[in-house]
Design a protein around this ligand. Structure first.
Ligand code: NAP
Length: 299
C-alpha cells in the first residue's frame, strides 16, 4: 500500500488526482492537504486543512503521516499576481518545495512536483527536458528555482512539466481556458484571443495519470506532459467552439502587445514528448481528441 500525500487537493489537479487514486483504494491510501474546507466533494480520504506556507505545521503533519509519495500540486499559478506579489510567490512556489524536499529526504519519500513551460522564453518551441530555460516572468523564474531545489537535493523526485491545464472538478476556485471559452460562447458573448502565442494544452486527467505513472514506476527526473500539437491560443479557442458546437464567429483574434499584461508570456512553447512516451508510456493526443473525451465527462 502506497501512502500518498497531495498538497493542493482542492485544486484542479489535486481533485483529479483524488478521483484517480481513489479508484484503487487497495493500492493507494490518500491524504489531501489544502487550505480551508475540503472542496473535493468526496469524503473517502483523509483531509487535512492547512496553509502549507506554515513550515512547522507542514513538516509536523507530514512526519505524522509518513507518506511514501508526496505530490505537490499547490502553487501560486496566476502569472501576473506573481509579478505583483513576489514574496508570496517565493514562499509558495520555492520555499514550500524546499521544505517538502527536506521532509521527503528525512522519511525517504518520493516527491512529485509540477512545473511549467513558462520556464522557457518561447523563442524555440517544442522544448525538450534538456533545453536551456530562460523564464520571462517571475512565475516562470519561481518554478525554475523550484526545479533547482529538487535537482540539487538528495530527494527522490519526479518533475512533471506541463502546459495550459484544463478540465473540470467538483468545486473550483478558478476557471481555465476551455471552461471560460465555452461559457462565454454559450452566453453569445464576443471574446478576443491572442493569435501570436502557441501552446500544447493539457487535459488535467492526463496530467493526473502521469502523476500516477510516476508513482507506479518511481520515475526519476524531468518529464514533459501535454497534448501533442502546437496550436495558437486563437486556434485552441476555435477548436473548443467546434467540439462544443458553439459560434466560432464570436472569437476575434488579437495580438499579445494589445493586452498590456504585467508579466511577459513566452511566444511559442510546446514540448518534445519523446521522453515521457518512451520512459513513462505516456500517450499524448491532439487537443481536439482530448477535448472530445473531456466533453463526454460533462454529460
Ligand atoms: N493551470 C495551468 O495552466 C498550469 C500550467 C502549467 C503548470 N501548472 C502547475 O500545475 C500545478 C497544479 O496547478 P492547478 O491548475 O491544479 O492549480 P490550482 O487549481 O490553483 O490548485 C492549487 C491548489 O493549491 C491550493 N493552495 C494554494 N496555496 C495554498 C496554501 N498556502 N496552502 C494550502 N493549499 C494551497 C489552492 O487552494 P485554493 O483553492 O483555496 O486557492 C488550490 O486548491 C501547479 O504547480 C502549477 O504551477 C499549471
Amino acid at each position: 500500500m502506497n501512502k500518498v500525500a497531495i498538497t493542493g487537493s482542492n485544486g484542479l489537479l489535486g481533485q483529479s488526482l483524488l478521483n484517480l487514486l481513489l479508484l484503487e483504494k487497495e493500492k493507494y491510501q490518500v491524504f489531501g492537504l489544502s487550505r480551508g474546507k475540503n472542496r473535493s466533494g468526496r469524503s473517502d480520504f483523509s483531509y487535512i486543512s492547512i496553509d502549507i506556507t506554515d513550515e512547522k505545521k507542514l513538516k509536523k503533519i507530514l512526519l505524522e503521516i509518513q507518506p511514501n509519495f508526496i505530490i505537490n500540486t499547490a502553487a501560486m499559478t496566476q502569472v501576473d499576481d506573481c509579478e505583483i506579489n513576489k514574496k508570496a510567490c517565493d514562499v509558495l512556489n520555492i520555499d514550500v518545495v524546499k521544505w517538502l524536499a527536506e521532509v521527503s529526504n528525512k522519511i525517504n519519500a518520493h516527491l512529485i512536483h509540477i512545473s511549467t513551460d513558462f520556464i522557457f522564453d518561447g523563442k524555440k518551441g517544442y522544448y525538450k527536458e534538456t533545453d536551456a530555460p530562460n523564464p520571462l516572468s517571475y512565475y516562470g523564474l519561481s518554478k525554475l528555482k523550484s526545479e533547482e531545489v529538487l535537482l540539487t537535493s538528495k530527494t527522490h523526485f519526479t518533475i512533471l512539466r506541463t502546459i495550459l491545464v484544463y478540465g473540470k472538478v467538483f468545486d473550483m476556485s478558478r476557471s481555465n481556458i476551455v471552461l471560460w471559452v465555452k461559457t462565454m460562447l454559450a452566453q453569445n458573448k464576443q471574446i478576443t484571443i491572442v493569435d501570436d502565442q502557441f501552446r500544447m494544452p493539457t487535459y488535467v486527467e492526463d496530467l493526473a495519470l502521469a502523476c500516477k505513472i510516476s508513482i507506479d514506476k518511481k520515475a526519476t527526473g524531468i518529464y514533459n506532459i501535454s497534448s501533442n500539437q502546437l496550436l495558437s491560443i486563437y486556434k485552441i479557442a476555435q477548436q473548443i467552439a467546434d467540439v462544443f458546437q458553439l459560434n466560432k464567429n464570436l472569437i476575434k483574434p488579437i495580438s499579445t502587445s494589445t493586452l498590456n499584461q504585467r508579466a511577459a508570456r513566452p511566444t511559442k512553447t510546446g514540448f518534445d514528448l519523446t521522453k515521457s512516451k518512451t520512459e513513462l508510456g505516456f500517450l499524448p493526443k491532439p487537443f481536439k481528441e482530448d477535448l472530445k473525451r473531456f466533453k463526454e465527462t460533462l454529460k
